[in-house]
Structures are given as structure tokens and as C-alpha cells.
Write a protein that binds this ligand. Structure first.
Ligand code: CA
Ligand code: CA
Ligand code: CA
Ligand code: CA
Length: 241
């Protein structure tokens, strides 16, 4: 019912010329009117909760239950090109967050903190990708949200804007894919410990990798790797042996 309203209205708006779409008309079309639904059908996002008192060069945010208390927490990956310490903000399950604590000791240039149970012990670990010259690290969780830097993935000179996680060899262990500002890129096959990885490179130096998607496109039961990149055509790397 909602979808029907959405489609109908979209056609009307799509057929409206720019001249007909006066500023007054544009202002009068809020999202709830566009979908043709009662005003209280959809949530709004007007309430704001500041996660920190200051503005810093943050790059990525992730949500997961880091301390395994059944309540969602927030992990802030911070730095980008300037060193900062990543942060964990424990949630109380009711929309409030403690001041938090440092994810690790390193002040580094983080792009992302990906939450994956790398050692398969039931708690979320964090894969932190950093700008050069910082190491890219797997932080293992003690089950209570305390994270310890372990295996270093990729060498320090790499700049991995793109990261993905998934089981690429179907052994049940989550693997990591890193894409760099210049290829070849790397799959890190995890032995299930989160401490030992076998590296397999793929791709060419063209362009800069910015985003991955994983999925079995060609039906051979193994995930393929789609890569969005700048300054070179986007590509799909098909699994094979
Ligand atoms: Ca939690
Ligand atoms: Ca774990
Ligand atoms: Ca695997
Ligand atoms: Ca495939």
C-alpha cells in the first residue's frame, strides 16, 4: 500500500517541470506527504545525541555489541590522515552511551573499524584499516570489550580505503579484503584464529579502490569481488581455482 503511494507520487513529481516546482511547492512536499501515508507512519530522526564533545577527523562508525552485554555499542574509527585514538562507546540499551574508552593504545590514521568475529569465539573483534605509515591491525576481543592488537594485515605503506569481510573460501572463517589506492589488492584468508592469515593478491595497479561488495555472481558457490574504484573502470573479480 505504501509502495503504491510512493510510486504514484514519484511519477507525478517526475513529470513536474523545474519551473512548475516553485520554491513554495518544494517546501510543502515533505517526505511523509510524498509517500502518501499518515503522518505518524514513518519514524523521524530529529532527536540528536552528541557522541563526543569535540569535533575530530573521524572516518567511520560501526554498531555492534562489543562488550557482549546484549546491548549495542558504537565503535568510532578516527584519524584518516591525522593520528587519533579509536574509541568504543558502550551503550546502555536505551539510547545512552558511556563516555567510552580507547579501542587500543595506538594513535593512528584510521579509515575504518570493521566488527567481525575473527577468532570465532563468539565476540566481535575489530579490524582497523589505517592510512600509511600505520599498521592495519586485527584487534581481538576478550569477551568483555577489551581489545588487544594482534595480527598486522598488509604492510604499513598501503593505503586501504576499501575493506570488506566475508568467507571467501567457504571454510566458515571470516576473511578480509583490502583494496588500496594502487593495486594489486589483497584477500587475507583467516585460519579461524584471527592470528594467522594466508594472503592472496588480485587486481591490477589501475585506479584507486574505494568500495567492495562480495557475492557469488557466477554461481560457483564462492564469493566474487566487485570493486568500485576511481580513475579506472569498475570491475568484478570472479572466483576461480
Ligand atoms: Ca554492549
Ligand atoms: Ca572474537
Ligand atoms: Ca574463510
Ligand atoms: Ca563466484
Amino acid at each position: 500500500m505504501h509502495m503504491r503511494g510512493l510510486l504514484t507520487t514519484a511519477v507525478v513529481l517526475g513529470g513536474m517541470s523545474a519551473a512548475a516546482m516553485t520554491p513554495r511547492a518544494a517546501r510543502s512536499v515533505d517526505r511523509r506527504q510524498v509517500v502518501g501515508a499518515p503522518a505518524d507512519t514513518f519514524p523521524t530522526f530529529d532527536r540528536v545525541l552528541l557522541l563526543e564533545p569535540t569535533s575530530e577527523t573521524s572516518a567511520n562508525v560501526s554498531i555492534g555489541d562489543i562488550n557482549a552485554d546484549g546491548r549495542l555499542d558504537i565503535v568510532l574509527a578516527k584519524g584518516r590522515h591525522w593520528p587519533l585514538v579509536d574509541r568504543v562507546l558502550p551503550g546502555d540499551g536505551a539510547g545512552h552511551f558511556a563516555a567510552g574508552y580507547d579501542l587500543g593504545k595506538a594513535s593512528d590514521r584510521s579509515y575504518s573499524g570493521r566488527l567481525v568475529d575473527m577468532d570465532r569465539d563468539g565476540d566481535l573483534d575489530v579490524v582497523v584499516s589505517n592510512d600509511a605509515p600505520d599498521p592495519k591491525l586485527v584487534y581481538l576481543n576478550d569477551g568483555k570489550g577489551h581489545l588487544t592488537a594482534g595480527f598486522q594485515i598488509a604492510d604499513r605503506t598501503k593505503v586501504p580505503y576499501a575493506i570488506a569481510s566475508g568467507d571467501l573460501n567457504n571454510d566458515g572463517n571470516p576473511d578480509i579484503v583490502l583494496g588500496y589506492t594502487s593495486g594489486p589488492h589483497t584477500v587475507f584468508f583467516n585460519d579461524g584464529s584471527g592470528r594467522q592469515f594466508t594472503q592472496v593478491t588480485f587486481g591490477d595497479p589501475a585506479g584507486s579502490a574505494y568500495g567492495f561488495a562480495l557475492g557469488d555472481i557466477n554461481g560457483d558457490k564462492f564469493a566474487d569481488i566487485a570493486l568500485a574504484r576511481s580513475d579506472a573502470p569498475n570491475v568484478l573479480y570472479l572466483s576461480g581455482k
